[in-house]
Design a protein around this ligand. Structure first.
Ligand code: HEC
Ligand code: HEC
Length: 167
């Protein structure tokens, strides 16, 4: 290949690379919410529980029942984020606020905690500082009843995914 073509091609490839949409996994939905939606709606979890419901497996708004998805396409959201944000809100609408009530006074919001302190290690949710599986850690920490531990681990795994922290 002539030298001038190589010189031209490299910046073109770099440009295409930088325009490619970020993979779903390195996207932080909670940061996105906090930057674009929080001013009007407050915390996403509280908003979801207050105004949204899951009916027949579908997310339904108080005002926008059948048409929530169309509404969101015209409501401050980048098109490719409508589906992941709806998924996040749906999980939040269905979840009880255990983290907020029993862990939040020490750990802040679940998304902050997940970003700072959690990671997936060989498919297991693990504390970054303790290097211990969260499932084990919570048996003697946090005051959860034994049957609340597995659902909490699931919630935290979901939140870690929502902040872009799972592979
Ligand atoms: C400037 C203020 C503002 C911003 C920013 C904003 N919203 Fe809204 N949102 C509203 C208002 C006002 C309504 C209710 C109006 C309506 O239902 O038509 C609403 C309604 C909604 C509803 C439907 C609630 C229902 O009861 O049906 C959802 C879901 C929603 N917003 C999500 C978001 C998301 C996600 C973002 C960020 C990407 C966002 N909003 C940003 C003001 C805002
Ligand atoms: C009274 C304060 C407090 C409450 C309430 C609390 N924690 Fe903690 N948690 C801590 C502190 C402090 C640490 C740091 C480790 C240590 O020094 O014990 C920690 C550590 C952790 C870790 C390990 C993090 C790592 O990096 O290894 C996990 C996981 C955890 N907490 C989950 C929870 C969950 C889930 C709840 C609620 C059910 C909860 N905690 C409630 C104070 C608290």
């Amino acid at each position: 290949m002539p030298r001038w073509r190589k010189v031209l091609l490299i910046p073109v490839i770099a440009l295409i690379g930088s325009m490619a949409p970020a993979a779903a996994t390195d996207r932080d939905l909670h940061a996105y919410w906090d930057g674009r939606c929080k001013d009007c709606h407050g915390d996403s979890g509280a908003f979801a529980r207050r105004t949204l419901r899951v009916e027949d497996g579908r997310l339904v708004g108080t005002h926008h029942r059948a048409t929530l998805e169309q509404f969101l396409h015209n409501h401050y959201l980048a098109d490719d984020l409508v589906a992941p944000v709806m998924q996040m809100l749906q999980a939040q609408a269905a979840a009880s606020p255990v983290f907020k009530e029993q862990c939040g006074q020490c750990h802040g919001s679940a998304s902050e905690f997940a970003r700072k302190s959690l990671a997936m290690k060989d498919g297991t949710l693990t504390g970054r500082a303790s290097q211990r599986p969260v499932q084990d850690y919570l048996r003697r920490h946090g005051g959860l009843a034994p049957e609340q531990v597995a659902p909490m681990v699931k919630t935290l795994e979901r939140v870690l995914g929502e902040v872009g922290g799972t592979p």
